[in-house]
Write a protein that binds this ligand. Structure first.
Ligand SMILES: [Zn+2]
Length: 469
């Protein structure tokens, strides 16, 4: 047997099947799922009230004992409410320090049970002191904790693995049903090794995430993955990925057989909007459009709470709708696409053109034309007429695209993502004015609100995990 010296405040997560005993001098708070089964393998010669030794269950215990060496797992992840001590599908345990007032978010998916381990105070109007426990039943709302005390908070959460498969890195995280990323990590994609090698790398990352958080495969619902390319999301097949040079790769089956977990996939460009609708700024909205303004213009559509991917997920290419017939050439081969006017690349192109056409433009202060970024014209819009023209034209083109999509889908929210969104209100306010002025049935119809997406880098992982929720 292994012995672990302990000190006040230590927390040990002991998986079922691990032979364990508590040494003398320990006062412990033990949290476990409902169970009425314990196999006793040694009883220190203790006697019951009638003077008889208690029954041992060595034969039965041997059948279920995990003989792998126990390695203590200290999770210690800081979350909104405190320090996460241990997670499993049966319970999630958080250490909550209260010094004065603390607000705890409740939700309708789980109760919260509070055990006071030191100090004293109040949960709402109920006094609590060391040794007391109080159970708050599930509801959507908040509760207030008052006092100076350390509480152990127990609740039940579901856990998912979200994987964001990119050309260079595979990013992944353990995500709970409230959209908290408990732990995240990334490993190189290793695309040069071929599709089976990438599937192995995904499985390696998934196992790493489980190991770091002390979860077993049994504790997670499954793996959700955002995958680049043309996807049959029902069958879990990548029909074609230009970046990864894959053709008809049954990626869901491959990762599932390597991990023993359920796997669901969707196109990576489409999962970001799912994250925003499930956990982000468009939470609980039924109709949402998202435009990602980067090198290109990516699109995402949620209509009546359903992700609209089109056949083999090749749809929702909102950036390739034409806003000016025979306009600027687009990467797709057409002319005049929204992408050719509203992408960061288009903004940079137009800024350079304005500078080249006007040697008196104040934008030349940046030094050379090579230093132009998507920010340049915005930075000079108030002091340079040519910069203002570039910005006005950019916003007008983007606004035209947004109004088109607003008229087709009539969303509650149009979300914008990508680097250009750093302009914040300078971008959103004029776009909102265009939408309010031009959208169909602007007076009688429901309002369409333009907003900046909130989840940024975590959207890929969260959206992937949400495929299984
Ligand atoms: Zn195009």
């Amino acid at each position: 047997m292994n012995f672990y010296p302990v000190k006040p405040g230590d927390c040990y997560f002991i998986p079922s099947g691990t032979i364990h005993a508590i040494g003398s001098g320990c006062l412990i708070c033990e949290i476990q799922q409902n169970s009425n089964l314990t196999y006793r393998v040694y009883d220190y010669g203790r006697k019951d009230k009638n003077g008889n030794e208690r029954e041992l269950h060595v034969d039965k215990a041997l059948k279920v004992t995990n003989l792998k060496k126990y390695i203590p797992n200290f999770l210690n992840v800081l979350t909104k409410h405190g320090n996460l001590l241990g997670i499993s599908k049966y319970f999630t345990v958080t250490s909550v320090d209260v010094n004065g007032n603390a607000i705890i978010d409740m939700d309708s998916a789980s109760f919260k049970c509070f055990t006071c381990v030191s100090g004293d105070g109040y949960i709402e109007d109920f006094a609590i002191t060391a040794g007391d426990s109080r159970l708050i039943t599930a509801f959507d709302g908040k509760i207030t904790l008052k006092g100076n005390m350390k509480l152990i908070m127990t609740e039940i959460r579901k856990y998912y693995i979200g994987i964001d498969l990119g050309g260079t890195f595979i990013k992944g995280g353990i995500v709970d049903d409230l959209g908290n990323i408990v732990y995240s990590d990334k490993i190189p994609t290793g695309a040069e090794g071929g599709q089976d090698a990438v599937a192995k790398n995904i499985a390696t990352l998934a196992n790493m995430l489980l190991e770091k958080t002390g979860l077993s495969k049994d504790d997670v619902v499954g793996i959700g993955m955002g995958v680049p390319g043309m996807i049959d999301s029902e069958a879990g097949v990548v029909i074609l990925s230009n970046n990864l040079k894959w053709y008809n790769f049954k990626i869901a089956d491959a990762v599932s057989s390597l991990t023993g977990l359920r796997v669901k996939i969707a196109n990576d460009a489409n999962v970001a909007i799912l994250a925003e609708v499930k956990f982000g700024i468009a939470k609980n909205k039924k109709n949402v459009i998202m435009l990602t303004l980067g090198t290109g213009v990516g699109g995402g559509i949620v209509a009546n709470s359903q992700l609209i991917e089109g056949n083999l997920s090749v749809g929702a290419e909102l950036g390739h709708s034409v806003i000016i017939k025979d306009g600027e050439p687009c990467t797709c081969g057409r002319r005049g696409c929204l992408e050719a006017y509203a992408s960061a690349s288009a903004l940079i192109r137009d800024t350079k053109r304005a500078m080249q056409a006007h040697s008196d433009s104040k934008m030349w202060e940046i030094g050379s034309i090579d230093k132009v970024t998507g920010k340049t014209a915005f930075d000079y819009r108030d002091k340079d007429i040519y910069a203002k023209e570039v910005v006005d034209n950019y916003i007008s083109c983007l606004g035209t695209g947004i109004v088109n999509f607003a008229n087709i889908f009539r969303p509650e929210v149009v979300l914008l993502g990508g680097g250009v969104c750093a302009e914040g209100d300078n971008l959103i306010r004029p776009l909102q004015e265009i939408v309010d002025r031009e959208v169909f049935a602007k007076d009688a119809g429901p309002k369409v609100t333009v907003m900046i997406a909130a989840l940024e880098n975590s959207a890929g992982t969260l959206g992937a995990a949400s495929l299984l929720m």
